[in-house]
Ligand binder design. Sequence first.
Ligand code: UT7
Length: 332
Amino acid sequence: MEYSGVGIAITGCGSSAPNSTVTNDQLSQVVETSDEWIASRTGIRQRHLSDSSGTLVDLAAKAAKSAIEMAGIEPDQVDLILLATSTPDDLFGSACQVQAAIGASQAVAFDLTAACSGFVFGLVTAAQYIRTGVYRNVVLIGADVLSRWVDWNDRRTCVLFGDGAGAVVIQANERDRLLGFELRSDGTQNRCLNLAYASTAKPLLEDCEIGQGNFQPITMNGQEVYRFAVKRVPEVIEKALFRANLGVDAIDWLLLHQANQRILDSVADRLKIPSEKVISNLAKYGNTSAASIPLALDEAVREGFVKTGDTIAASGFGAGLTWGAAIFQWGR
Ligand code: UT7
């Protein structure tokens, strides 16, 4: 426990997305939809989609490398890699392949699955390892390639999602920049949003049968997930603010999981946060699941909007159901 009692700081960020983009108009050649419907109901204009040679590991490694570079550390100084994803290249986990790809030879690496809440859950997980003095340098990546699992015949879901990755470096720091958090789960509502495994019985021996099958495309009850998000997200942000002993006025940036512009607007309205403080890039990327928060953070930092010391209220929500919020200050 050499470093016991230290705080955390987010000192670098990075992101990546597949080169290929598909506009709403192009999607209307795939399913019966229109740019007008998608843009007005969701705010999405286009999404980046991975082709068959694109891997989750490539996207994640690229984002992680940029974050490490911005933080000014070497890959072999990384102690822990957390890969928040629901779409690994390998069900055994893809974090170790990311570790190899970025040359983080000293790091332990594992996957963390909490769907669109994965980044916020990962941030809190990383903070526990640092605050307890176990690790000093953590790379947290949110990455998803949901295009692999979308039903491209289902216009209610396929227009929403895109592929991408975002990453941050979280380091031990004298001042603790994670000011408060709250994480929640509700498995009773699991059926609202699924990428579920379906099993078929296969006889193995006379008195022994096993189940084998495949994961099925994403199913979602959009209206229920919408209602859940606009109710639970403001609540969980208020709880995290309470734990940070801060009021809504202290928030410089509202950084929500990029699912739907109407959800972003409604949450901001409920919290009385002006729209200039709401970070939004879903017009360009759609919903990239675990990647959406770090991807939007990376753009906002690199474009000069988010500055050192700014207070950010980040909130993820999605399948599980899971939701959570973290209040942190950017930089050391
Ligand atoms: O990261 C996971 C989190 N997921 C979310 O946050 C998703 C939350 N939910 C939503 O964002 C919204 O519910 C959606 C964008 C998914 C749907 O918007 P909505 O305003 O709730 O639309 P709706 O499901 O009530 O559908 C309205 C109409 C329906 O037609 P009828 O029954 O009124 O004739 C749909 O069939 O729009 C139709 N529709 C479409 N039309 C054109 C549904 N999808 C499409 C489409 N293009 N892509």
